[in-house]
Design a protein around this ligand. Structure first.
Ligand code: NAP
Length: 280
């Protein structure tokens, strides 16, 4: 198949590389900067690369891997070059607004979200096998979408993803819980620690911080641009979850204040028993 990937950063570049190494497709890489296109060619992650969006002409699949806010403007620009059967997808971490606008512009637009990544960005962050064993959500609003998504299912599976299909709305509500809320909570943890007024205590905490703090602070210390984009584009779901989180936090504060250790123990027992349902 002839496949175009637009946006040769962490996700687009890694996907291009994995697909090129399969030796089954012709991979066209398109990016904003010429230096990135040249680097992609040098790294051998694409067969052809350019800044020219008209290169999507003749492709069976186009995957838009630009930052979230450029996804729909990019789709609008490539429409004149698409053939009627071309399937277009994206990789944005938020799906409802993208799928809603994408479907208005192109009849064969289906959303994807590979749940893989690192804290790095750009073509220098490209990794081999980034998608191995990662869940990849393909959105489907109806049976017609499920049929159209078959081509994408095969593509994501070929780079090692485990496919899950659901509506864009359910996807966004679920990622608000397991991805977007954790980013804000983790960021607030780091920020709160920085507010320690006693410099000696703060600096000593920084010296002894180890694996526990590394785990709990990882997502809050990542790429600010990506976190902000998630919050802006999934605002309503994030806000609802933050309010629920705030209510639970108030209960916890009250229980600690009242030395209600039985209730604190109950909470920690429930979380100890149920974490495994999220982390398989
Ligand atoms: P990234 O590393 O910054 O890559 C995006 C690349 O797109 C940039 O390196 C840039 O390359 C290029 N670009 C920017 N604007 C463009 C435009 N208008 N036209 C063409 N190319 C453009 O970001 P990423 O982490 O790969 O994220 C890309 C998408 O993947 C986002 O929608 C994000 O939500 C989604 N996603 C990210 C992760 C993650 O963990 N990072 C996980 C899953 C999904 P040049 O300027 O160098 O050409």
């Amino acid at each position: 198949m002839k496949i175009a990937i637009i946006g040769l950063g962490l996700i687009g570049g890694s996907l291009a590389g994995d697909l090129t190494r399969l030796n089954q497709h012709q991979i066209i890489g398109i990016s904003r900067r010429l230096t990135t296109c040249e680097k992609a060619k040098k790294l051998g992650i694409v067969h052809q690369s350019s800044t020219d969006l008209s290169l999507v002409q003749g492709c069976e699949i186009v995957i838009i891997c630009t930052p979230i806010e450029s996804t729909i403007p990019t789709l609008a620009q490539i429409i004149p070059y698409l053939s009627n059967t071309t399937v277009v997808t994206d990789v944005a971490s938020v799906k409802a607004p993208i799928v809603r606008e994408g479907k208005k512009l192109w009849h064969n637009f289906i959303g994807s979200h590979p749940m893989a990544g690192t804290a790095e960005q750009g073509i220098d962050a490209v990794q081999k096998n980034l998608f191995a064993h990662a869940p990849c959500v393909i959105t489907a609003e109806d049976d017609e979408d499920r049929v159209k998504g078959a081509l994408l299912r095969d593509l994501w599976q070929s780079v090692g993803c485990n496919i899950l299909t659901t509506t864009a709305e359910i996807h966004d509500q679920a990622v608000a819980w397991i991805s977007h809320l954790p980013v804000i909570i983790s960021a607030n943890l780091i920020y709160s620690c920085l507010q320690e007024k006693d410099r000696l205590v703060r600096e000593f905490a920084q010296k002894i911080a180890s694996s526990g703090f590394r785990d709990t602070s990882r997502v809050g210390g990542g790429n600010p641009e990506l976190g902000l984009m998630m919050a802006k584009n999934n605002r309503d779901n994030l806000l609802a979850n933050l309010r629920l989180y705030q209510a639970h936090l108030t209960t916890i504060i009250n229980d600690v204040e009242a030395e209600n250790w039985t209730k604190i123990n109950d909470l920690l027992t429930i979380t100890n028993q149920n974490r495994a349902d999220f982390i398989k």
